[in-house]
Design a protein around this ligand. Structure first.
Ligand SMILES: [Zn+2]
Length: 203
């Protein structure tokens, strides 16, 4: 377990992610062919510059869409980028031991987990037992809909709300409150557009 202090500020980390996503969008991948080389020197420690809580969906791998290599991102992936005690523990590890200052909750368009929560709430569909458990953790963050919205607009709004709901739950933890008081940490939501891979940061 390493306690190297990260020198990378939250703002600088966010800038790196934006630039990585730009490279990805323009097909200018920085690390092609060098991934194994990056393992050198990492056998005893790691110093990722950001922590990502993303969805497990196969179309949104954070390292790829941010053009980051081995050792650069601390990534937690779970369907629907939901919050739980185990996720909180991983986030706390990233903050306390790896000293990342930036935490990103990364949702995406057409998220199946959020859609499952919508069919549960609005159409009464009950999912298989463990999937329903996951869905239950999404339900409290779903917004009431304006009746004028199209189904697509409702899904988009629900996905954005789910990202903000996870951000809010992280913000509400005592450890996040403590670290935010220090003024170094940022917790931001972001949305991946599946068709292009473009990441829109909420802040
Ligand atoms: Zn998803």
């Amino acid at each position: 377990m390493s306690d190297i202090q990260s020198n990378i500020s939250a703002d600088e980390a966010l800038q790196r992610l934006r630039e990585g996503n730009e490279r990805f969008l323009h097909g200018e991948i920085r690390l092609a062919g060098q991934v194994r080389e990056q393992l050198k020197g990492l056998e005893h420690s790691q110093q990722p510059f950001a922590t990502i809580l993303g969805c497990s969906d196969s179309r949104v791998p954070p390292e790829v869409i941010f053009d980051c290599g081995i050792g650069e991102l601390f990534v937690i992936r779970v369907a629907g980028n939901v919050f739980s005690n185990e996720i909180a523990a991983s986030l706390q590890y990233a903050g306390a031991h790896l000293h990342t200052h930036l935490f990103v909750v990364l949702g995406h368009q057409n998220c199946g987990a959020v859609k499952a929560a919508l069919t549960n709430r609005d159409q009464g569909e009950v999912h298989r037992s463990r999937i329903q458990l996951l869905v239950n953790s999404i339900l409290p963050g779903l917004p009431p809909f304006d009746p004028g919205l199209s189904p697509e607009e409702r899904t988009t709004q629900a996905i954005e709300s789910n990202i903000r709901w996870t951000v809010q739950q992280i913000l509400d933890t005592p450890e996040a409150q403590l670290r935010l008081k220090e003024g170094k940490v940022r917790i931001v939501g972001a949305l991946v557009e599946i068709k292009t891979g473009h990441v829109k940061f909420f802040d």
